[in-house]
Ligand binder design. Structure first.
Ligand SMILES: Cc1cc2nc3c(=O)[nH]c(=O)nc-3n(C[C@H](O)[C@H](O)[C@H](O)COP(=O)(O)OP(=O)(O)OC[C@H]3O[C@@H](n4cnc5c(N)ncnc54)[C@H](O)[C@@H]3O)c2cc1C
Length: 381
């Protein structure tokens, strides 16, 4: 069915992004996978093209446009070429609401121009070695001393962990106050006592710097508190997680579509027993099933994007999108590996890399099980 989500401006922007990916990313990504990181220069080049901070007001160097379809175009084009090292989605889709909506004028002046130009790379530190799904179980603390918070603790699995200049750290400012005792603080590159640990070796997404972060008596100015009020962190996170989850769902559908297209082409050309493998009924039925499910997923996700733009996307809508599309992505890619035979296991084939890159999608941003909890709770049992 015809997709009617985008206007002409989005299509033009897609051309720009596609051209950027072909020129600045595709020729280098294999090397970045070996390096385990993407160079900062590529962030600056993307920033020059206006790829960051659409929602950043113009006076701070952004476009002042709150339209998630632009974010979606970037995610889709990044996924289409398998550039899983670029942490642009995290910066644009996940961090922008924190940096734009929760900052005061002084913070905006300090951070937003760099955010939009790609000179200040962002990250968010929620997860700790002992607490991921159970966010309230975090142990990082921020104790107020005059004009500073003294931050102690550790984070792990942090996307853009090595490259980031600004890390929104989730910390307990009042450990006795439960959900009301959590705050969000921006820890900046170079602050004394803030160190990076290992750039973690992952199953896939080898060019993405996913790292451990350590905070040892880091003195963070009170001026770096987000949202202007202590103890609001948990609610601020809950508010922003639907957009994060939708971004992951957008990536999931784009990845499933891309791999499916490649696989259909592969099945057309590969022969066995004197005919194209696409002529086997098993192949056609399997591709028919996958194509049906992916198209249904596409329309639900597009609808969610419209709902987000209209400020109507609920946590339950986003949870449904996140778990269903990422589980589907894994199923589609796994089945497509099978249709490639032995070649599907060779990293020179995009399907093999997609298989490795996709596995994490049902885990980060809230696991499938946590998504089902969110949906299940809405029944009010
Ligand atoms: C590549 C990568 C990038 C990441 N990037 C970031 C990042 O930028 N910032 C950040 O803060 N975090 C990040 N994460 C962390 C990610 O969000 C967590 O790994 C995820 O939320 C799960 O937490 P956990 O690993 O502690 O697993 P756990 O919470 O220990 O879960 C283990 C298992 O128990 C299940 N489980 C837990 N609770 C329940 C329950 N109530 N009911 C049923 N089942 C349950 C889970 O579903 C899972 O299957 C990243 C992780 C990866 C792998």
């Amino acid at each position: 069915m015809r997709r009617d989500l985008f206007d002409e401006e989005h299509d033009l922007f897609r051309e720009t992004v596609r051209e950027f990916m072909a020129r600045e990313v595709v020729p280098h990504h294999a090397q970045w996978e070996k390096d385990g990181i993407v160079p900062r220069e590529v962030w600056k080049k993307a920033g020059e093209l206006g790829m960051f901070g659409f929602s950043v007001p113009e006076e701070y160097g952004g476009s002042g446009i709150t339209d998630f379809r632009y974010n979606m175009v970037i995610v889709e084009e990044v996924i289409r070429v398998g550039a899983s090292g670029l942490g642009f989605g995290l910066h644009n889709d996940i961090m922008a609401p924190y940096m734009v909506d929760l900052t005061d004028d002084e913070q905006k002046q300090r951070w937003l121009p760099g955010f939009a130009s790609g000179e200040l790379i962002t990250a968010i530190g929620m997860t700790e070695p002992g607490a991921g799904s159970d966010l309230q179980g975090i142990r990082t603390t921020a104790v107020r001393e005059g004009d500073h918070y003294v931050v102690n603790g550790q984070k792990t699995f942090i996307t853009n962990g090595i490259n980031s200049d600004l890390v929104v750290v989730v910390a307990k400012t009042d450990p006795s106050a439960g959900a009301r005792g959590t705050s969000l603080l921006v820890v900046e590159r170079g602050m004394e006592g803030f160190t990076r640990g290992r750039n973690l070796e992952k199953v896939g997404m080898h060019a993405q710097d996913t790292a451990e972060l350590f905070f040892d008596n880091v003195r963070v100015p009170v001026a770096n508190l987000l949202g202007g009020e202590e103890g609001q962190g948990f609610f601020q996170l809950m508010n922003n997680l639907p957009q994060e989850r939708l971004s992951i769902a957008v990536a999931a559908v784009a990845a499933a579509e891309t791999v499916l297209e490649e696989t259909i082409e592969y099945c057309r050309n590969r022969t066995a027993f004197g005919r194209s493998i696409g002529k086997f009924q098993n192949t056609r039925f399997l591709l028919a099933e996958l194509a049906t499910e992916v198209e249904i997923a596409r329309h639900y996700v597009d609808k969610c994007v419209r709902a987000l733009n209209a400020k109507e996307l609920t946590a339950v809508d986003a949870a449904k999108a996140k778990w269903w599309t990422t589980e589907l992505q894994n199923k589609v890619i796994d089945r497509c590996v099978q249709l490639h035979g032995g070649y599907g296991y060779m990293l020179e084939y995009p399907v093999a890399k997609a298989w490795l890159d996709s596995r994490v999608q049902t885990i980060y941003g809230g696991t499938t099980e946590i998504m089902k909890e969110i949906i299940g709770r809405s029944f009010g049992f």
